[in-house]
Design a protein around this ligand. Structure first.
Ligand SMILES: NC(=O)c1ccc[n+]([C@@H]2O[C@H](COP(=O)([O-])OP(=O)(O)OC[C@H]3O[C@@H](n4cnc5c(N)ncnc54)[C@H](OP(=O)(O)O)[C@@H]3O)[C@@H](O)[C@H]2O)c1
Length: 332
């Protein structure tokens, strides 16, 4: 392992700020040899091969809205800044997956490792990017794209080797889970629960991808293609969201000690890839409250395993990204 590892971070929103703050703290505490050599936002970039003063850079971003020189951009970082690992945390576009895919492709071709929380490039171009990473002997890691702080990809890849995964069931969208929890526990209507989720910052200004089930479906695609070696897209999936779940339906299920949750499902041997609202007993391990995520793996050796944790948020997503960075460093 090199003595000093240079990290470039593309995107300085909730996740990017969490990542640079955490790596800066670790460096000051002498628990990491990573320095941030470059950062960018939508309108500027800052490149300092010997390390950026993160506190000063974030203060400037807070004050002016930009993190660096407006004459520089993400492409300057990707193509010519010095970095060993690119952290790509710009916005997700699941239709084009750009410009993130272009950034990731160029970084891998330069021989840099890539860590991303961006679902678009992984859902749409995983095979191509993984092949490119292999060709250049670098890693492409994307733990943060599925289930936030739950290290589900690491668990599937490393911790239960030897098990056959017969099925995976998951609550993969915290916004839908929050809405269903509030409808079932407090008797809110769907519009009331959605409005509350928006006010608390769980739902996006445009929550369509969440409530239609598309966001959960994208995570199913990522899991199916990366872990189960399938080659599926959203078109291969059966997707039903929560918009049609009525407060009456939830009241009826509550009378039978059951409730409704939006479940993402993979049954690899049957080629079943589905997102749909399902009725579950209230005591079922997947019935978690609020914006939590949960995943149950049905395995041949270990039996059923359920993991629960926060599916989104700056620190929770940072946890997944920083774990990926240190996994790469420890594997190196
Ligand atoms: N937030 C979460 O809990 C979470 C969880 C899992 C995955 N993710 C994924 O992680 C990524 C980042 O999420 P976020 O919540 O941090 O988003 P965000 O708060 O919206 O921030 C996005 C950042 O990317 C910058 N940006 C936009 N276009 C760019 C470009 N072309 N080049 C470089 N930077 C660009 C923005 O610049 P400005 O500052 O100039 O606007 C902003 O700093 C997204 O792909 C998201 O889907 C987020």
């Amino acid at each position: 392992m090199k003595s000093q590892i240079r990290i470039a971070v593309i995107g300085l929103g909730a996740v990017g700020r969490g990542v640079v703050t955490t790596l800066d703290r670790m460096q000051k505490e002498n628990t990491s040899s990573c320095i941030i050599s470059a950062v960018s936002d939508s309108r500027s970039a800052c490149i300092m091969p010997d390390g950026i003063d993160i506190e000063a850079m974030l203060a400037q971003k807070e004050k002016t809205g930009i993190c660096g020189d407006p004459a520089l951009s993400s492409r300057d970082i990707i193509n010519s800044a010095p970095y060993d690992i690119l952290v790509e945390v710009s916005p997700t576009d699941v239709l084009s997956a750009e410009p993130a895919t272009e950034y990731i492709r160029a970084a891998l071709a330069r021989g840099a490792h890539v860590v991303t929380s961006n679902k678009g490039p992984i859902a749409l171009h995983y095979q191509e990017l993984a092949t490119l990473a292999k060709k250049h002997h670098v890693s492409l890691r994307y733990e943060a794209t599925v289930a936030g702080a739950i290290p589900i990809l690491h668990i599937l890849e490393h911790d239960i080797i030897g098990n056959k995964i017969n099925a995976l069931y998951g609550i993969l969208n915290g916004t839908c889970n929050y809405i269903l929890t509030r409808m079932s526990e407090e008797g809110l209507t769907y519009p009331q629960a959605l409005e509350e989720a928006r006010k608390l910052g769980y739902a996006e200004a445009d929550p369509q991808a969440d409530v239609e089930g598309t966001d959960a479906a994208i995570k199913v695609v990522i899991l199916a293609n990366t872990i189960f070696q399938k080659s599926i897209s959203l078109d291969d999936m059966s997707i039903t969201g929560i918009e049609q779940v009525t407060d009456d339906a939830l009241r009826l299920t509550a009378g039978c000690d059951t409730t409704i949750r939006l479940i993402g499902e993979i049954i690899p041997d049957k080629n079943i890839y589905r997102v749909s609202p399902q009725i579950l007993p209230k005591t079922h391990p997947l019935v978690v409250d609020g914006s939590l995520n949960a995943i149950t793996l049905k395995t041949d050796l270990a039996g059923d395993l359920t993991f629960i944790g926060k599916g989104a948020g700056s620190f929770e997503t940072t946890s997944a990204i920083v774990s990926d960075i240190f996994y790469i460093l420890q594997s190196g």
